[in-house]
Design a protein around this ligand. Sequence first.
Ligand SMILES: NC(=O)c1ccc[n+]([C@@H]2O[C@H](COP(=O)([O-])OP(=O)(O)OC[C@H]3O[C@@H](n4cnc5c(N)ncnc54)[C@H](OP(=O)(O)O)[C@@H]3O)[C@@H](O)[C@H]2O)c1
Length: 328
Amino acid sequence: MAESESKFPPRRLGLSDVYVSPVAMGCWPIAGMTSLEVDDASSRATLREALRCGVTHFDTAYCYGAAGESERLVGECLRDARHAVTIATKGGIHWNEQGERVQDARPATLKRQCDESLQRLGFDHVDLLYLHAPDPQVPIAESVGALAELLAQGKTRSLGLSNVSVAQLEEARQVAPISAVQPHFNMLQREVEDDLLPYCQQHSISAMVYWPLMKGLLAGKLPREHVFAPGDGRAKYPMFQGEEWQRNQDFVDELRALAKELGRSVTEVVINWTIQRGGITAALCGAKRDYQIRESALAMRWRLSQDQIAQIDRAIERRGPIATRAAV
Ligand SMILES: NC(=O)c1ccc[n+]([C@@H]2O[C@H](COP(=O)([O-])OP(=O)(O)OC[C@H]3O[C@@H](n4cnc5c(N)ncnc54)[C@H](OP(=O)(O)O)[C@@H]3O)[C@@H](O)[C@H]2O)c1
């Protein structure tokens, strides 16, 4: 996308010299761990389409894939465009031989995982390195101390923390400069607006939000009668079950009507609303197909008016708080 066509130019990550597109590609679905029908050819096409559509920030992690499948694909597909993109990865979570998720953010583990991530990506540095989540067994200052060493060694250009509270962020900032946080946030899950987002705005820290499409619900294409196929990771979340599902569909119906009136897709409306929200630097939009990231990227080409935003905010209020579950 030509620069002039974008209504949302790249944004600065905290006080660093890293810039990110407000619509970024979330590279969890291409790991194929919870998304169905993932194959390398479609994943490559999705990454290339993201670039073509003006997406210049890509979010992956050490644990996206049992053996780093996401990082490998990101490295392979973005190698030729390395100068034009910024890449984030995360350390501190991995899968053991039994396929169980293990949280380990000891300093030695974080340093080893960073080296492995760089090897998989085929790059000598990333632009943003996150602690994926604080490890309850390790003081956060120790984990962040390791990240600070990696920053000093030039293995990353900036640091971030995912899934943290304000207290943990404050503690971490005593040890190293933190440019970004990564919490979940979408129209129906806005807890971070109470404390984390205001704190980040006050201290010039970027919020890079995950689940902007509520794992696909807010893409508006899952019909009310949808039955999740066995193995679809979404079925386990309360938001996709029973009464919550019905109420979420009532809400999405309101978005469908507005999108139709605007001649846009529901995805575009949702992402446009998200990247206009105060304190949010980028929406990490998960995708496993090229048309999905194309739709999300279109949200950078126009703006909802203040009246339209207010209309959406009233619909969110009518929906009320949702039953949620801590992510990670
Ligand atoms: N830090 C953390 O702990 C953490 C946790 C979760 C995620 N993340 C990051 O945030 C990113 C976003 O989260 P996410 O991928 O789980 O959820 P998401 O962005 O809310 O939803 C992505 C899913 O929505 C569906 N979708 C996307 N665009 C669509 C379109 N145009 N039309 C129809 N369906 C569409 C696809 O699902 P289907 O095609 O399968 O229907 C896609 O896999 C991740 O990829 C990852 O980079 C970070």
